[in-house]
Design a protein around this ligand. Structure first.
Ligand code: PRT
Length: 108
C-alpha cells in the first residue's frame, strides 16, 4: 500500500517540477495553495457523507480523492511523504510498546 502512495506522490512531485498540459495536478499547482486546501476540505466533507450513508463503494472513492489531494498539499508545502510515514511509524511503535508494558505490568 505504501508503494502505491509513494508512487503517486512521486508522480505528483514530478508534475510540480515539470508542468504538462491537460494535467489536473498541474492545474491545482497553478491555482495555488488556497485551491488545494479548498479541494482537501471538499473531499473530506464528501468522505464524511459517504461514511454517514454507509456507502462503502462511494467511501472508497472519496478516500482516494482525499488521499490524492492530501499528497498534492504535501508537495505544495514541500513536505516529503517519508516524513509523514515516519511519524505514523513512530506512533505505531510507541503504541505497541505501551501495550507490551501494560501486559508486563499485568503479569507481575
Ligand atoms: N489520483 C488522482 C486523482 N484523484 C482525483 N483526481 C481528480 O480530482 C478531481 C476531483 O473532482 P471534482 O469533481 O471534485 O473536481 P473538478 O470539478 O474536476 O475540478 P475543480 O475545478 O473542482 O478543481 C477530478 O478531476 C479527478 O480527476 C485525480 N487526478 C489525478 N490523480 C492521479 O494523479 C496522476 C496524475 O494525474 P494528472 O496530473 O491529471 O496527469 C494520475 O495518474 C492519477 O494517478
Amino acid at each position: 500500500m505504501n508503494d502505491t502512495l509513494r508512487g503517486l506522490y512521486d508522480v505528483v512531485c514530478d508534475r510540480k517540477k515539470n508542468p504538462s498540459e491537460g494535467s489536473y495536478t498541474c492545474y491545482l499547482f497553478e491555482k495555488g495553495k488556497d485551491k488545494i486546501l479548498k479541494k482537501c476540505g471538499e473531499e473530506c466533507a464528501e468522505t464524511i457523507i459517504a461514511a454517514k450513508n454507509c456507502d462503502n463503494d462511494e467511501l472508497k472513492n472519496e478516500i482516494c480523492d482525499l488521499l490524492y489531494h492530501l499528497l498534492v498539499l504535501m508537495a505544495e508545502c514541500d513536505l516529503p511523504l517519508s516524513e509523514v510515514m515516519d511519524v505514523l511509524e513512530e506512533r505505531r511503535k510507541k503504541i505497541s510498546n505501551l501495550k507490551v508494558m501494560k501486559n508486563v505490568d499485568r503479569n507481575t
